[in-house]
Design a protein around this ligand. Sequence first.
Ligand code: C5P
Length: 303
Amino acid sequence: MIDKAVVRVPGKINLQLSVGPLQKDGYHELATVFQSVSLFDELTLTPIESGAITIDCGGKAGVPEGKENLAYRAAELMMDRFDIESGVAIKIKKEIPIAGGMAGGSANAGAAIVGIDSLFSLGLSRNEMEKLGAELGADVPFTISGGTAIGTGRGDRITPVLSRGTYYWVLALSTSGLSTPAVYSECDRLREGMDIAAPHVSDELLQSLTHGDAKSLGKKLVNDLQPAACSLKPALRLILDVGIDYGALGGIVSGSGPTVAFLAENEEHALDLVVALTSSGVVGNVVRAQGPVPGARIVTDRT
Ligand code: C5P
């Protein structure tokens, strides 16, 4: 056993999120294209003797430090499945927005799996770790694989896709989050009485990625949860309009929101967009990120 594992894990945006009808299990069948972007959380895991699991997020508002934290549940699952008798202390440094539609909670679970695999030398393959992640939440497997990938099923069956080049994103962050189940229910409410087709990934969007063509990708960004997120938080519509007016190649609510992701042509254009959005007064906090980046990775595993 080693003394410490430090894991860095990125947030994600959905370039496309196609949502099928509500199923009996309470989930929706999805066809989505994920991209990991360079906003990172960092988890430091150390073994503790008591057999307990502790989570320390530095008291950050909105992040639970008990069983409700998905990293806690990931640790519990790993200890149980692999008969680990030692406990684990998990420190979380957060950069991914909380309840922002960027899989922050899921990313912490993904990182906890990768960290515990390393800490206790379990030797799991990435595929095995992704399968464990799927038991915890739909977005967890992608936070382990990262890059650019299609997600089907609940969004938990991951297939990597070819994506050339780097994409420059500008993210408009909200001060208050949205609950994922609430956004899905609002989506169902807005769709009442409508026939909903099976979800599918757009071939054109995949082609834009293959060609590394940001301009055409900007036009293909689509999120079926966007109307629901905007209905719960009407200010998002204004933010989307402002970003597009200021020349973003495209803009989309990320996942269940409320983070809004704008695609820029290059780094300089992204900087211009940050300045324009910040001075517009409609967004509090605007940050830049690049994608794709790799999923949860060990940064160091020794003191
Ligand atoms: O799997 P996870 O716990 O992250 O999902 C959170 C909630 O999001 C689910 O309880 C469900 O309400 C909704 N969801 C869904 N269909 C999916 C993924 C999530 O309805 N494919």
